[in-house]
Design a protein around this ligand. Structure first.
Ligand code: ADP
Ligand code: MG
Length: 541
């Protein structure tokens, strides 16, 4: 039987973006009970940090995870940021694709305007309860409301609104969550905050875990990172659709002047060059630009050369701050950090890679600390200072770290090492909406490798020195055990004085294995015997 089109299209409906994400919540990081909990912490903590930094305030973030049942938690996150003006509370946290960051070409943690409303929605669809928001802008009034998302319309629903006087400046969000699981380990809120502290030494973090234990990460530096400059998109990063959407809202009179004024490194001369390469008249209004014409512009740009984009729009952690953060959180025995100069990927998107390699102290995977033969290397990935705890396998940052032959630097699997990689960019090429992995662009991996070869080698030298010293000590100890019996045997055979023989033997052992005889010792150990010197071989990762 043939079904009429009329019949089929009776079912035609339009859905809201909130409806879409309600169905596809895994795209926002709500997949599995462990990840769902960490996602909520992440969304609210990044919002707090972004808000504080935008307002030029040193962040002081309070996080409490309270256990209400096996898979039932309450999460409270409070910041000392600028607060949200009353009339924006609903839109900011109860509407998806709404916010203050999406339309800016500026480095920030959040960008899409989905995270906050996502948490509110996850809470409401798993518990049926609204979120509780308390916010103050420091002008004497505090606004409090219950908030949920009307998923059909993607509009906020505010109930129990109250306003009272108070000095509060900041925002407090409380949500109840079900279908979540708290489990210590690498994907827990605990670890998320530990890593957040490492990449944000200017922030103070207070964390109360479900066992009611308080961990405080104090500020390691007092200077707030500068607010990244807003930049313009670089021509080399543009797609046809980008050009068209910028053109729609352009105020320039002609396509030519639109190109000249809207993009970084686009001079009058470059615009002229594009003009000579396209087949249409660039004096037309930007609003009248057609798809095929924009395509011609993209093609022209691909064939041209442009100066690399300015890098003042990027604010990495910096070597100095990263050093202080490492000392504060990991207290390593030895470490190296490096912030690479800016580079570009996809021909035009600027980024900065910074890495640190830390040895000893609290470095290395804590989970395996008991077992001396287990894998100890811990890889910490960050994008714009935000820890990435999931999807490690498909991430360029992991690939970069694993592409290094650590064994060549004498860093074997059982060495307690923490390798940290922070990727800073206005536009992070995430592999999915969950924002947990960075796409493996060749230039990104190359930068990570360059940074790690340098730091890895230096840390490796230290580790190897430590290992040799340890081995020397062990050998010396073993030989010392023979001094007495051998001296006795010599005395027996030769009639020499036992004490004298002992003294001479001791002297031999002491000089051979003294601190200062490192080179002599290294001399007969090097050249190949090193690889097998440990008696055990581990397979490469
Ligand atoms: N703690 C906060 N303090 C001040 N403003 C906030 C806070 N959390 C969220 N906002 C505002 O709400 C907007 C939406 O937040 P969110 O949905 O997480 O999207 P995004 O962070 O991607 O912009 C933000 O752009 C910001 O303007
Ligand atoms: Mg956000």
């Amino acid at each position: 039987m043939v079904v009429e089109s009329q019949e089929i299209f009776k079912e035609f409906k339009e859905h809201s973006v909130a409806e879409f994400f309600k169905k596809n919540r895994q795209m926002l990081g709500y997949s599995g009970p462990i990840k769902s909990l960490t996602t909520t912490v992440h969304e609210l903590v990044t919002n707090g940090l972004d808000a504080c930094e935008a307002a030029g305030v040193a962040p002081d973030i309070y996080v409490k995870v309270e256990k209400l049942g096996t898979d039932h938690m309450r999460l409270i996150v409070e910041d000392n940021g600028p607060g949200i003006p009353k009339k924006f509370v609903g839109k900011a946290l109860g509407t998806m694709l709404a916010g203050t960051k999406f339309h800016k070409f500026r480095q920030s943690r959040g960008q899409q305007g989905i995270g906050g409303a996502g948490v509110v929605m996850y809470s409401q669809i798993t518990t049926g309860k609204p979120a509780r928001i308390v916010t103050g802008t420091g002008e004497g009034k505090v606004f409090e409301t219950h908030l949920s998302v009307d998923t059909k319309t993607n509009q906020p629903i505010l109930t129990d609104e109250k306003e009272y006087s108070g000095k509060m400046r900041g925002t407090r969000i409380e949500v109840e969550l079900k279908g979540v699981l708290y489990q210590k380990g690498e994907q827990s809120p605990d670890e998320y905050l530990r890593r957040t502290a490492l990449a944000n030494p200017h922030a103070k973090l207070t964390y109360i875990d479900p066992d009611n234990l308080t961990t405080v990460y104090d500020r390691a530096v007092s200077k707030i990172p500068p607010i990244p400059k807003e930049s313009q998109p670089h021509p080399k990063g543009l797609e046809t659709d980008d050009i068209l959407s910028y053109a729609r809202t352009a105020s320039a009179r002609s396509v030519k002047s639109f190109l000249e004024t809207s993009f970084a490194r686009m001079s009058a001369q470059k615009a002229k060059e594009i003009e000579s390469r396209v087949s249409f008249d660039m004096n037309k209004r930007p609003q009248d630009l057609q798809w095929n014409e924009a395509e011609e512009i993209v093609k022209a740009i691909r064939e041209m050369t442009f100066i690399a984009p300015p890098a003042d729009c990027l604010v990495p952690i910096s070597e100095d701050h990263l050093e202080k953060a490492l000392k504060n959180v990991l207290q390593p025995e030895f470490f190296k950090v490096i912030t690479r100069p800016p580079a570009v990927y996809r021909g035009g998107v600027p980024f900065i890679v910074e890495v640190s390699v830390a040895y000893g102290g609290k470095s290395g995977k804590a989970i395996n600390a008991e077992d001396p033969t287990s894998e100890r290397m811990e890889i910490m990935r960050f994008a714009n200072r935000t820890p990435l705890l999931f999807d490690a396998g498909g991430c360029a940052l992991t690939k970069g770290v694993q592409s290094i032959e650590w064994k060549r630097y004498d860093i074997k699997a059982d060495v307690p090492i923490t390798v940290l990689v922070n990727f800073t960019s206005v536009y992070v090429p995430y592999t999915g909406a969950g924002k947990q992995a960075v796409a493996d662009e060749e230039e990104i991996i190359k930068e990570i490798r360059l940074a790690l070869m340098d730091t890895g080698r230096q840390v490796g030298r230290y580790v190897s020195g430590q290992r040799k010293r340890y081995e020397r000590e062990a050998k010396k100890k073993m030989l010392l055990r023979y001094v007495e019996p051998v001296a006795e045997a010599i005395a027996d055979l030769t009639g020499a004085n036992v004490k004298l023989a002992e003294k001479k033997l001791l002297h031999v052992v002491e000089t051979k294995y003294s601190e200062f005889n490192e080179e002599a010792e290294g001399g007969d150990e090097s050249n190949g015997s090193e690889e097998n010197g440990n008696g055990k071989q581990e397979e490469d990762d």
